[in-house]
Design a protein around this ligand. Structure first.
Ligand code: IDP
Ligand code: MG
Length: 196
């Protein structure tokens, strides 16, 4: 299924000069760029982007707890809502601190493909070959000690529903381009390599 996914190069990616490296990876895998802009997010933009649902709060809490426990440490938090709220507050302050690059990439199963390329939320656990694994090394332990969100360079939509919602936050319909890219033919046209 051809899907669209939202990617943000977060302030740490912009500040570290990794814009072209990150964009290059999505181009090289064969995805099609259908929208791009640099934007200095407002408080409201980030508020809308990270929706504070119970599911999201439980998700960040469970992932962090599992990492602590996997290295034999006790997770020092018990309330997933308080934990999620404090992460969200940190994210709002982080994302509005500096311009970000917002993009929409399109292609076959683009959402899961991009998540695979982005890697684990915690750069220290992200495998080599992924954006977070190759280009960053922050950890739950360090970021929690410093009471700030993990610096992991990019945001990528977690599923198709999330992607639709997020694209609507950062782009208007007229900013999303529909055009033919040569990769559309080479990658997806069943007749392309048939002899004429
Ligand atoms: P994702 O970016 O891999 O989808 P989410 O669970 O959606 O990860 O969390 C959103 C962002 O919040 C992460 O990318 C990271 O920057 C930050 N974050 C998530 N969990 C924690 C945590 O336990 N401590 C510090 N920051 C966190
Ligand atoms: Mg997420």
């Amino acid at each position: 299924m051809i899907e669209k996914s939202l990617v943000l190069i977060k302030p740490d990616g912009v500040q570290r000069g990794l814009i072209s490296e990150i964009i290059g990876r999505f181009e090289r895998v064969g995805l099609k760029l259908v929208a791009i802009k640099m934007v200095h997010p407002t408080h409201d933009d980030v508020e809308k982007h990270y929706t504070l649902t119970d599911e999201w709060m439980l998700g960040v809490y469970t992932k962090a707890k599992a990492k602590y426990e996997s290295v034999g440490e006790k997770f020092p938090f018990t309330d997933h809502q308080a934990y999620g709220k404090s992460i969200k507050e940190g994210l709002v302050n982080f994302l509005k601190s500096s311009p970000v690059v917002a993009m929409v990439w399109e292609g076959e199963t683009a959402v899961s493909l991009i998540r695979k390329m982005v890697g684990n939320t915690e750069p220290a656990s992200a495998t080599p070959g992924t954006i977070r694994g190759d280009l960053s090394h922050d950890s739950y332990a360090l970021s929690n000690t410093q009471n700030r969100p993990i610096r992991n360079l990019v945001h990528a939509s977690g599923n198709v529903k999330e992607a639709e919602h997020e694209i609507g936050i950062w782009f208007t319909d007229t900013e999303l381009y529909k055009y033919e890219h040569v990769n559309d033919r080479v990658q997806y046209d069943p007749d392309w390599f048939l002899s004429k």
